[in-house]
Design a protein around this ligand. Structure first.
Ligand SMILES: Nc1ncnc2c1ncn2[C@@H]1O[C@H](COP(=O)(O)OP(=O)(O)OP(=O)(O)O)[C@@H](O)[C@H]1O
Ligand SMILES: [Mg+2]
Length: 356
């Protein structure tokens, strides 16, 4: 897919923005605070239903406005286009596909695959486990259609068990919810494991291209409950402790994965630039896996691509971007010389974007 056109109303510094985008690499250049990150954030909203900036829900609305909207014209093939829209107003969300309201955000998101790298993406390597679960689940969601309903059922059973734990309910009341948790939890784990298994060889290739100096990458997945034990048994075994804590400990809601390297066995020893490159390798391999499995290229967004990267590493990243079949949106305070060739360039200035 590619964005043919992006229209933004009352989001952050944009009162009304209407920008026509090109296939291949689109570079947005502008000073600090002009709206570069906000532009990518708008694209990300259509594909994730939330911002990549932490606690941004209220901050998204342009000061003084009542609601914000992001529209996109998506081009899938030369003949096939699709209109996606997302509005947030005081009463909630409204998502539209080809002008028709859809009941859930998932029904919008499934049509839009955007992978964003932004300064906060370091968290993928060094931040909380939730970031890493989201990363895996986004990848699974786009290839396994049963993921969303299973995840919803899991979350519902988890809420029920937690409520029963807090009301000191009898074991007999916990049992049916634990059975549901165990069934859905094992399914989620199997999907995540399959996903990371497929990602691993691509990640190895990306790491070898971007950060060969760190040596071979090691991807370690922890499913969220002890190995060698079924989830049903782990839930039964942790009842007393969970009751004392007031919430459920074992389960895929506590899963995590880590990326380390032969020459950097712990994430604590990675430099800032190395952490950025490691996160980039994860996201670029995710994009590649998405493209292979869905037969459609995701849009890659690279916010502030050049910051923290030396010339050699930037060139290695640019080389990967240039070889991608899909559309790439890059931002920076200056045009990275390595991208100066075959790219479409835009100037961003105080909430306006114009073709350079
Ligand atoms: N809710 C809002 N209403 C109005 N303006 C906002 C709102 N949220 C953010 N802004 C402003 O929007 C502008 C664009 O922010 P953005 O983060 O997109 O800038 P940027 O071009 O990425 O800057 P940098 O180069 O520093 O990363 C900033 O000037 C910011 O103060
Ligand atoms: Mg920015």
């Amino acid at each position: 897919m590619q964005f043919a056109r992006l229209v933004i109303d009352d989001l952050r510094c944009f009162q009304h923005l209407d920008v026509v985008l090109q296939p291949g690499i689109n570079v947005f250049v502008g000073g600090n605070g002009t709206g570069k990150t906000s532009l990518l954030e708008a694209a990300h909203l259509l594909s994730h239903g939330r911002s990549f900036r932490a606690s941004a829900a209220d901050a998204l609305l342009r000061q003084g406005a009542a609601s914000w909207t992001v529209h996109a014209e998506i081009r899938r093939t030369a003949e096939q286009t699709q209109l996606l829209g997302l509005t947030r107003h005081a009463g909630g969300w409204q998502a539209r596909v080809d002008g028709q309201p859809v009941a859930t955000l998932a029904a919008l998101i499934e049509h839009c695959a955007v992978i964003c790298f932004e300064p906060g993406s370091h968290a993928l390597i060094a931040g909380p486990a939730e970031e890493r679960r989201r990363f895996v689940d986004w990848g699974v969601f786009h290839v396994e259609h049963e993921f969303q309903p299973i995840w919803r059922r899991y979350r519902r059973a988890l809420r029920q068990r937690n409520a029963l734990l807090r009301s000191a309910a009898a074991d007999v009341d916990l049992t049916p919810w634990e059975q549901e948790l165990a069934l859905r939890g094992e399914q989620l784990d199997a999907m995540r494991r399959r996903y990371l298994g497929a990602l691993e060889p691509l990640l190895e290739t990306l790491c070898a291209a971007l950060i060969p100096e760190l040596g071979a990458p090691v991807l370690l997945y922890r499913r969220g409950w002890p190995t060698g034990e079924s989830l049903a048994a782990a839930l039964r075994g942790s009842r007393l402790r969970d009751q004392a804590l007031g919430h459920t400990r074992p389960g895929p809601h506590r899963a995590d994965w880590s990326l380390s390297f032969a020459a950097a066995p712990s994430r604590a020893v990675l430099s800032r630039g190395q952490a950025k490159l490691s996160a980039l390798a994860c996201l670029l391999s995710q994009a590649e896996l998405h493209d292979r499995r869905s037969g459609d290229a995701a849009v890659l967004c690279m916010d502030d691509l050049a910051s923290e990267l030396d010339a050699a590493h930037l060139e290695a990243v640019a080389d990967r971007l240039q070889r991608r079949a899909g559309q790439v949106l890059v931002t920076g305070t200056a045009m990275p010389p390595v991208l100066a060739g075959s790219t479409t360039r835009f100037h961003v200035e105080h909430g306006t974007v114009r073709h350079a």
